[in-house]
Design a binder for this molecule. Structure first.
Ligand code: BGC
Length: 447
């Protein structure tokens, strides 16, 4: 049965009762003043825009303004991450005051009728952990388990939905293959695979600890899924498949089978304890890339990955396009994740778009796709838009703006974008009207 203001008839696309309408955020991007491997990376001059994270959205001091705005949108869920470097600033020394600060945030969300979802790891590591080799150190899974136990002990009564790792495939690929994230290694595919396997082992330990402390909890991870679209058949199709195998499939295989498939198992190690360790699959879905066979792209296994100029896309990164905004990616990701036979949450979806030119179209069409999938029987339990308020976008700094709410980081002034109002209307209706679907049937022209 569906609920909401709309009638459940042919004139509306209603979502199931209890569907989570949320937004996603991450500690380093919103809190300000963190001291972790990313703050080191920033000091070393690696932010392409040369921006400073600074106070970010100032959440460490106050979440009041943004939580009030979240409440005004009518959403019933918000995903945030807890910052490991604040909670365990030195190895095995935990900060009670940091844990209390997170308790406060979670209570403040509950007071506003918003269910929290917590990510335990969203790209950032304490510096002591990074200095010991991060996930390449054999002790990493045990260290992550100890951190998880402490967090769940302290905060478990306020949260039921846990994301262990955000995007292990992005963390490992950007950190060890493209060098865009710390530690900035390039071309080290074996290290990237070993990091992914270690994260799967750490995930499995966290999965078990959370269930030991909270048997009813729902535990999963958030998987970044990209569509690699071959331009033509033949070799283009082959290289696109290789890109997808490396980027999309690695972590899926670790959780599905406890190890990589051939040939990645030869160098990546395994994670037998991770087999089947998830209650849901979280999907972060943004982009499609076009791929053709190109002898000059040896570093990318002979696949040239690009975005055609005419494809709908939001604002470009400092040095390269962010990607083609492609609502159909949700279908590809959900159909792949269905092989787990577990519920799915769209844990992130969005577009960098300071002027809000494309975002309304993206939201409506991503939700249209999500709705169609639920009608076909896929058990999709929620949609979390990335993000609430513009925040610090990793190596792009303040250059890319993903918020339903615009932020001036200097004055901390917030302004609701039109897409914020639109999301509010959709949430209030628990679905889309046919008029909305018609209005946004065409992507705005690329300029
Ligand atoms: C990450 C977010 C990031 C977003 C937009 C996701 O891959 O989880 O931290 O801000 O994409 O690029």
């Amino acid at each position: 049965m569906a609920t909401g203001i709309l009638q459940d008839d042919a004139a509306s696309l209603l979502f199931p009762k209890g569907f989570l309408w949320g937004v996603s955020t991450a500690a380093h991007q919103v809190e300000g003043g963190n001291d972790n491997q990313w703050s080191e990376w920033e000091k070393a001059g690696h932010i392409r825009s040369h921006d400073k994270c600074g106070k970010a959205c100032d959440w460490w001091n106050s979440t009041e303004v943004d939580f009030d705005l979240a409440q005004s949108l009518g959403i019933n869920a918000l995903r945030l991450s807890v910052e490991w470097s604040r909670i365990e600033p030195q190895e095995d020394c935990f900060s009670e005051s940091a844990l209390q600060r997170y308790r406060q945030m979670l209570e403040d969300l509950h007071k506003r009728g918003i269910k929290p979802a917590i990510s335990l790891h969203h790209f950032t590591n304490p510096r002591w952990f990074e200095q010991r080799g991060a996930f390449l150190n054999a002790d990493a899974p045990a260290r992550f388990e100890r951190f998880t136990r402490r967090v769940v002990d302290e905060l478990g009564d306020l949260c039921q939905l846990w994301v262990t790792f955000n995007e292990p495939n992005v963390y490992s690929t950007l950190g060890y293959v493209t060098g865009e994230f710390p530690p900035g290694q390039r071309g080290n595919i074996p290290a990237a695979l070993r990091v992914m396997a270690a994260q799967a082992r750490a995930h499995a330990r966290a999965y078990r600890v959370i269930h030991e402390l909270q048997p009813q909890a729902q535990v999963g991870w958030a998987h970044h899924y990209v569509v690699f679209h071959p331009v033509n058949n033949g070799l283009d199709r082959f290289v696109a498949r290789v890109q997808s195998l490396i980027f999309n499939e690695g972590f899926f295989q670790l959780i599905e089978h406890g190890g990589f498939k051939f040939p990645f198992n030869l160098v990546g190690g395994s994670a037998p304890e991770a087999k089947g360790a998830c209650d849901f699959v979280g999907l972060n879905v943004y982009n499609r890339f076009h791929v053709d066979f190109d002898l000059k792209s040896a570093g990318q296994l002979f696949g040239r990955v690009y975005v055609p100029a005419e494809a709908p896309q939001g604002d470009s990164g400092v040095e390269k396009p962010y990607g083609e905004a492609f609502p159909g990616a949700i279908r590809a990701a959900v159909e792949r994740a269905a092989r787990f036979g577990k519920p799915v949450y769209i844990m992130e979806n969005g577009v960098p778009d300071a002027r809000d030119r494309l975002r309304p179209w993206l939201i409506v069409n991503a939700l249209k796709e999500t709705h169609a999938l639920t009608q076909e029987g896929h058990d999709i339990r929620g949609y979390f838009h990335w993000t609430l308020t513009d925040n610090f976008e990793w190596a792009e700094g303040w250059w890319l703006r993903f918020g339903l709410i615009a932020l001036d980081p200097n004055t901390q002034q917030r302004t609701m974008r039109a897409s914020g109002h639109l999301y509010k209307e959709i949430v209030r209706n628990n679905g889309l009207t046919k008029q909305l679907v018609e209005k946004y049937s065409q992507a705005p022209q690329q300029k």
